[in-house]
Design a protein around this ligand. Structure first.
Ligand code: SAH
Length: 348
């Protein structure tokens, strides 16, 4: 298969031009087209035709197409289901906040991590996305919606730290001044707790926000709902988080999905408080989204508010996540899953 041109950094593209016997400045021209979501090489009208043909011979230019697009009547959230060049699909969600437009992007087709409450992992991992394909989610959402994107959250389908090299290359691309130029401080990356990669990320000193999907403060509960905990347990994870803060000075955001009768008791809150004691942490309580295949139910509103108060009373910053797009299956993996089911049903 041909290499994907959008995986290249500007410096690499400039080198490619020199290798092809072209002037270096062509690199910047091509880069600029790519990062403005040009659908093909033919669209790059300021390049000589011979160069466009050479590039088309040598490189794949990925251009995802819209399979489904759902717009929330409640809050303007737009959810895209994209078809990739090989027929696989991923989801991207565009959310409109007063501080700017945020996209929630996927990093893998499916997910290998197996969290018991999550729709994205039900069919396992199909494949990882390339850096360029992750970038495409940002570029093509921007192009289709006409909305400029100022914030990115890597919280869609997949485990970003299971696709570390491609995700960090994507960060470099989307951050580049000649590209979308989105600042690292406007980017959040969410992980279920791949400890060695949290440590690698700390060393890279990227100024992004790390979100950690904790969801339980004790190993017994966490083992049950998140298989990753059997490899790196709560203590190993929190120790990596403490070191991450020491290395980067960036406060960590802990995600905590409130699951009725599983992790929402006052005792669980008490243990969470003790474990986070002395850490620069922020806890984000997420009312669980019901997934048809899963036995788990969301906690009652009262339980969520009581849990939040208990954390706040002990000095831990804690917010309850607003649910956007609840009328359009906007939580991870649900649209892709439903689409695959209807596809399978119509293939029968
Ligand atoms: N793999 C990464 C990022 C993708 S999931 C991670 O685990 O962090 C983004 C967030 O949604 C994670 O916190 C995840 O645990 C949470 N999540 C998954 N399924 C959910 C559900 N049914 N209800 C609420 N949150 C869910």
């Amino acid at each position: 298969m041909k290499p994907e041109i959008k995986n290249l950094t500007l410096a690499e593209l400039e080198q490619t031009m020199l290798d092809l016997g072209e002037p270096k400045f062509r690199g910047k021209q091509v880069y600029s087209w790519l990062h403005r979501a040009a659908p093909d090489f033919a669209a790059m009208t300021n390049l000589p035709r011979s160069l466009r043909e050479k590039l088309a011979d040598r490189f794949l230019l990925t251009c995802p197409t819209v399979v489904r697009k759902q717009e929330s009547a409640l809050d303007g959230t737009v959810k895209y289901l994209w078809r990739l060049y090989d027929g696989n699909c991923v989801e991207t969600v565009l959310m409109r906040y007063h501080h700017g437009n945020t996209v929630c992007i996927s990093s893998e087709v499916g997910c290998p991590m197996g969290c018991a409450f999550c729709a994205s992992t039900i069919g396992g991992l199909v494949r990882r996305l390339s850096a360029g394909e992750i970038l495409d989610e940002v570029l093509f959402t921007q192009a289709d919606s006409g909305q400029e994107i100022s914030n990115i959250v890597l919280m869609g389908i997949g485990e970003p730290l299971d696709n570390y090299d491609n995700v960090t290359r994507f960060l470099e691309l989307v951050n580049s001044p000649e590209g979308a130029n989105i600042g690292m401080r406007h980017i959040s990356l969410s992980t279920c707790g791949v400890v060695p990669k949290i440590r690698a990320l700390a060393e890279s000193e990227l100024q992004l926000t790390l979100s950690v999907s904790l969801h339980a403060p004790d190993d017994e509960t966490r083992n049950r709902i998140m298989p990753v905990n059997r490899t790196w347990n709560v203590e190993a994870l929190l120790s990596a988080c403490r070191d991450y803060f020491k290395a980067t000075g960036r406060r960590i955001s802990f995600e905590y999905a409130m699951i009725r009768g599983v992790n929402d008791s006052p005792e669980a809150a008490g243990l969470l408080i003790r474990r986070l004691h002395g850490m620069a942490a922020h806890v984000n309580l997420i009312p669980l989204n019901h997934v048809d295949e899963s036995p788990f139910e969301p906690s009652e509103r009262q339980t969520v508010l009581r849990f939040q108060k208990q954390l706040e009373d002990s000095g831990i910053a804690c917010t309850v996540r607003r649910t956007l797009g609840s009328d359009i299956d906007a939580s991870c993996g649900q649209l892709r899953r439903k689409y695959r089911q209807t596809e399978l049903a119509s293939a029968d």
